[in-house]
Design a binder for this molecule. Structure first.
Ligand SMILES: [Zn+2]
Ligand SMILES: [Zn+2]
Ligand SMILES: [Zn+2]
Length: 289
């Protein structure tokens, strides 16, 4: 249990999933971790939910999104942000069909890079054809897609979010900073410009796939080296494979580093509302949680 978790924090980070793209256990694997009955060794695909007084912000829609949100009894989702469009981060999007209902029938705001929008419009093409617009609410996802770019802050339900470029092998993905919390999954290199934006963090969530080096993800040693340089108050490892037994690896981590596990909740001090946006364009759609 982290000391950052007060009883009922106003701002909460919930790890919906902290596993790599295969999930843990892996189908067909009989290793000790995959056979473990410890829930901290059972990792669904990677996604987090940020609970705020203004609503719930979902980062990525993993293939287990529906089960993850039900498990956490998280209530409605008010906005979706995408780090990138790989299947383990995207393919649960169909289950967002019911999100619009919770928003009074309004489309769900989705923030992603143009490349991810193209993927969404391809994979979920049925959600964008004229015919399905006549379907009753809940038939297909109803989404408003807004393109974002690295290093250009944008507004999500009245909060400023800073997107930054991360290298994921040859792929380009986004990390996000919300006040003093940053989420950096699927990363094998942090460009200098992004490194500068990760200073002074209270909470850093960072990719750590396995012990050995990997072309598209940080290894444990690489993630720890980044944490050592950035010195966040607390760091959490995510996108983890079956290489890591929760207790064995946790026992050897520095005091400010923890392995995430599905369902872990971390309170943090939150982010100030984006006052410029609030004054010009009051957030009228805030839905009580
Ligand atoms: Zn991934
Ligand atoms: Zn295994
Ligand atoms: Zn990926």
């Amino acid at each position: 249990m982290t000391e950052l978790t007060p009883a009922c924090p106003e701002f909460e980070l919930i790890f919906l999933g902290c596993g790599t793209s295969t999930g843990v256990p892996m189908i067909g694997c009989d290793c000790v971790v995959c056979q473990s009955e410890d829930p901290r060794n059972q990792r669904t695909r990677p996604s987090v939910l940020l609970r705020t007084p203004r609503g719930n912000i979902l980062i990525d829609t993993s293939p287990e999104m529906r089960l993850q949100l039900l498990r956490e009894k998280a209530g409605p989702v008010h906005a979706i942000l995408y780090t990138h469009g790989h299947a383990d981060h995207l393919f649960g999007l169909d289950d967002s069909r019911l999100f619009a209902r919770a928003l009074g029938g309004k489309p769900v705001p989705v923030y992603c890079e143009t490349e991810v929008e193209t993927l969404i419009r391809t994979v979920f093409s049925y959600a964008f054809v004229e015919e399905t617009k006549r379907f009753p609410s809940g038939g297909v996802p109803r989404l408003t897609l807004t393109n974002i770019e690295p290093f250009k802050p944008f507004d999500v339900i009245g909060y400023e979010v800073i997107p930054m470029r991360l290298d994921h092998g040859k792929f380009k993905v986004l990390g996000f900073r919300f006040g003093d919390l940053a989420y950096c999954t699927d990363v094998s290199r942090i460009p200098d410009e992004s490194f500068a934006l990760l200073q002074g963090l209270e909470v850093l969530v960072i990719d750590a796939l396995r012990f050995e080096k990997h072309p598209t993800h940080f290894s444990l040693a690489e993630a720890l080296a980044v944490i050592e340089k950035l010195q966040p108050r607390q760091a959490f490892l995510t996108h983890m494979s079956h290489s890591f037994d929760y207790h064995a690896v946790s026992a050897n981590l520095p005091p400010n580093v923890q392995m995430a596990y599905d369902g872990l909740r971390v309170g943090w001090s939150g982010i100030q509302p984006n006052l410029i946006v609030s004054l010009d364009n009051p957030v009228s759609d805030v839905v009580n949680l």
